[in-house]
Design a protein around this ligand. Structure first.
Ligand code: PGA
Length: 251
C-alpha cells in the first residue's frame, strides 16, 4: 500500500495571547523532540504566528494559519494575504473551517478563491469539509461533501510541488465530544479519496492526506489512525494543552 506521512495539526482557534502561545509552543517542542515519523502543524491566531515561528524553527513542527484572503495586497481592512502568511513563517493554511462557514458565512466560492491563492503561492491548503447533523440525518452527507469538494477545488492545479490536505470534520463532532465512529470516518474518507482521484487522477489521490477532525483526543486517536484512509487529525480543543496534543502526536 502507498505510504503517506501522518500529519497531526492543532487548530488553536481564537485561544492564546502571544505569551501563552510562546509558552505552549516551547513546551510542545520539548515533548515531541523524539518524533521523526509524523508531520506536525500548529495553527495559532494570526497575532502569534511570528513569535511561534521563531520557537519552532529547526524543529519538526510546521506553522499554519487559520484563514487567508485571496488578494495579495490592497484595501481590504482586516484581511491577511498569502505573502504575509509566508513572511510570518507559515507553510500551511486552514481554509473553509466549518466555524468560518457557519459564523462568517463563508461560501464554497470564497473557499475556492482562498484555496487557489494559497496553493499558487506555495502554501499547503488544509481544506475543511463536513456535514451538519441535520444533513447526516437526512442522508445528504455524500452530496454535501461532493459539492464542497467540487466547488472548493474548482480550477485548482495540483502536482507534487503543490500538495493539498483535506480535513473531514463532521460539524456535529466538533467540540461536542461526539466522535464519528471508525466505520463512519473510513466510509467518508474512502469517498473523498475517490472524488480526488476522479478530479486529479490516481497519483494525486494517493498522495493527498485526508485528516479527520472532531473531538480527537489521546484516547481515540489510535483507533482512528489505524484506518486505511485516515492520514492524520485536525485537533481543536485537545491541541491547546501541549501534554494532550503530544499524546495525540505519539498515537
Ligand atoms: P475539536 O475541534 O477537536 O475541538 O472538536 C476540531 C476542529 O474544529 O478543527
Amino acid at each position: 500500500m502507498e505510504y503517506r506521512i501522518p500529519l497531526i495539526a492543532g487548530n488553536w482557534k481564537m485561544f492564546k495571547t502571544c505569551n501563552e502561545a510562546v509558552n505552549a509552543a516551547t513546551h510542545l517542542v520539548k515533548l515531541v523532540s523524539d518524533i521523526d515519523t509524523v508531520d506536525i502543524v500548529i495553527a495559532p491566531p494570526f497575532t502569534s504566528l511570528t513569535v511561534v515561528s521563531e520557537i519552532i524553527r529547526e524543529t519538526r513542527i510546521d506553522l499554519g494559519a487559520q484563514d487567508i484572503f485571496w488578494e495579495k495586497e490592497g484595501a481590504f481592512t482586516g484581511e491577511i494575504s498569502a505573502p504575509m502568511l509566508i513572511s510570518s513563517g507559515c507553510q500551511y493554511v486552514i481554509i473553509g473551517h466549518s466555524e468560518r462557514r457557519q459564523y462568517f458565512e463563508e461560501t464554497d466560492e470564497a473557499v475556492n478563491k482562498k484555496i487557489r491563492a494559497a496553493s499558487d503561492s506555495g502554501l499547503i491548503p488544509i481544506l475543511c469539509v463536513g456535514e451538519t447533523e441535520i444533513q447526516r440525518d437526512e442522508k445528504k452527507t455524500f452530496s454535501v461533501l461532493d459539492k464542497q469538494i467540487e466547488k472548493g477545488l474548482e480550477d485548482l492545479i495540483l502536482d507534487e510541488h503543490r500538495p493539498l490536505v483535506i480535513a473531514y470534520e463532521p460539524v456535529w463532532a466538533i467540540g461536542t465530544g461526539k466522535t464519528a465512529t471508525p466505520d463512519q470516518v473510513q466510509e467518508v474518507h474512502a469517498f473523498l479519496r475517490d472524488l480526488i482521484e476522479k478530479k486529479f487522477g490516481n497519483m494525486i489521490s494517493k498522495a493527498t492526506r485526508i485528516l479527520y477532525g472532531g473531538s480527537v483526543k489521546p484516547d481515540n486517536v489510535s483507533e482512528l489512525m489505524a484506518l486505511p484512509d485516515i492520514d492524520g487529525a485536525l485537533v481543536g480543543g485537545a491541541s491547546l494543552q501541549p501534554d494532550s496534543f503530544s499524546k495525540i502526536i505519539h498515537f
